[in-house]
Write a protein that binds this ligand. Structure first.
Ligand code: NDP
Length: 433
């Protein structure tokens, strides 16, 4: 806290991990003796830079760009870029820190990093997005590369933004397909990458449910957000027989007792880049409410927070529990506060923490890197099958680590420990660096 003042999100992420690791440090002094803890909380490198660009009225705008290269013990830095006005050093550091353990859990050779900008893509023209992303990449290109650091999308960064950034990188450095993931299918992208985080989250929750003899079939589900992760979490939950009754954006939420019409949401969000409030114009029996917090007061069996950090606080968690929620799957990064997690765990709600439940996105990004290296493309079914298997493996290794270290059934502890051990062992082997 002394070294990183005013970084509350980063402190929160570190506290969650370090609390879980106490049994590991008690059992193995080698991690303590080699300063693993002190080293792992300090990014290997953190870059901030000016991003100047000219808006459509000819006015010069300046945003701040970030890239935090947190840990490369098991592979090149890997993690998304977030464009949102709330972005600051604390948010990028918490995301980069979480990414280390998430990437480790996938079993693939990828280190942890994260980046972004406080640029707000909302309301910007296509040309403004292009000028901003080109300026952003004109600085970022110095620090990334297929074997160094491979960014991807996150909030506010989808296929369009990745496309413009890839174009600008190519102009400066030449064609290096593996420098970014989440690319379009026509120039090196992977099938299933768009769906991967949402589908992966549902696959993970399905494993938790199966263990208790439950399933998505005929269950009532709430999914917050209506972006990339949310849309494909809704799609997979519906394919598995669930009724998804609500979704949201940062202005409000829609409750549709007949089940959310995903075709409408996809058109509004993916094609028109419109607000979710428009949904009720086409589905007048549905109800739109301003403000996104109350979405958690809707009764459901399964809640999938897929929007942003700290969207479920203690009070919202208590309401979900009082309404009989059976499982939570964190599609977003750190969507539940530490107090909310306590409420879920104390009330025996099945809880799939973000770094395990939403690892499907980065897992398929790593598969995109593999395909780029081999210069070939796998089919949708092939990538989906690999994603499914990776999510099962993450679930199993989290369950096993939780049991081995004395917290059976606690997947927060299990995922943190399983993710940590692989990175810590690689750091031990590589000496004090
Ligand atoms: P998108 O930008 O596609 O969608 C984000 C959604 O969340 C939008 O509906 C957005 O509403 C809403 N939202 C954003 N900020 C807020 C806020 N402050 N309060 C309420 N709602 C908000 O992003 P993604 O779907 O890609 O990412 C969502 C979450 O999933 C993030 O936490 C991200 O880090 C995490 N994640 C994403 C991965 C991926 O592959 N994309 C991989 C792993 C994790 P609005 O349109 O109004 O802004």
């Amino acid at each position: 806290i002394r070294r990183n003042p005013h970084e509350s999100e980063f402190h929160q992420a570190v506290k969650e991990i370090l609390d879980s690791l106490i049994p590991v440090f008690e059992k193995h002094s080698k991690y303590m003796n080699h300063g693993i803890l002190e080293r792992i909380v300090e990014p290997e490198r953190a870059i901030t830079f000016r991003v100047p660009w000219v808006d459509d009225s000819g006015k010069v705008q300046v945003n701040r760009g970030y890239r935090v290269q947190f840990n490369s013990a098991i592979g090149p830095y890997k993690g998304g870029l977030r464009f949102h006005p709330s972005v600051n050093a604390s948010i990028i550091k918490f995301l980069g820190f979480e990414q280390i353990f998430k990437n480790s859990l996938t079993g693939q050779p990828i280190g942890g990093g994260k980046g972004g900008s406080d640029f707000d893509p909302k309301g910007k023209s296509d040309n403004e997005i292009m000028r901003f992303t080109q300026s952003f990449m004109t600085e970022l290109y110095k620090y990334i590369g297929p074997d160094i650091d491979v960014p991807a999308g996150d909030i506010g960064v989808g296929a369009r933004e990745i496309g413009y950034m890839f174009g600008q990188y190519k102009r400066i450095r030449g064609h290096e397909a593996g420098v970014l993931t989440g690319k379009g299918l026509g120039y090196g992208g992977s099938l299933t990458r768009t769906e991967a985080t949402g589908y992966g989250c549902v696959y993970f929750v399905n494993e938790m449910l199966k263990f208790k003899g439950l399933s998505f079939e005929d269950s009532t589900v709430i999914v917050s957000g209506s972006g990339n992760v949310s849309i494909y979490a809704i799609e997979k939950a519906q394919q598995l027989g669930a009724k998804v009754v609500a979704c949201s954006d940062s202005n409000g939420y829609v409750y549709d007792p007949d089940g959310i019409n995903l075709k409408t949401v996809k058109r509004l969000k993916e094609v028109e880049r419109n607000r979710i409030s428009e949904y009720v114009k086409e589905h007048p029996h549905a109800v739109y409410s301003e403000g996104c917090e109350d979405i958690w007061s809707i009764k459901c069996d399964i809640a999938l927070p897929c929007a942003t950090q700290n969207e479920i606080n203690e009070e919202a968690a208590k309401t979900l529990v009082a309404n009989g929620v059976k499982a939570i799957g964190e599609g977003a990064n750190m969507p539940s506060t530490l107090e909310a997690i306590e409420v879920f765990l104390n009330n025996h709600v099945l809880f799939g923490p973000a770094k395990a439940a939403n690892a499907g996105g980065v897992a398929v990004s790593a598969l995109e890197m593999s395909q780029n290296s081999m210069r070939l493309s796998w089919s949708f079914e092939e990538v989906d099958a690999k994603l499914h298997q990776i999510m099962k493996n993450i679930y199993e290794s989290s369950v096993m680590a939780a049991e081995e270290y004395g917290h059976p059934g606690n997947l927060v502890v299990g995922a943190n420990i399983a993710g940590f051990l692989r990175v810590a062992n690689a750091m031990l082997s590589q000496g004090i660096v």
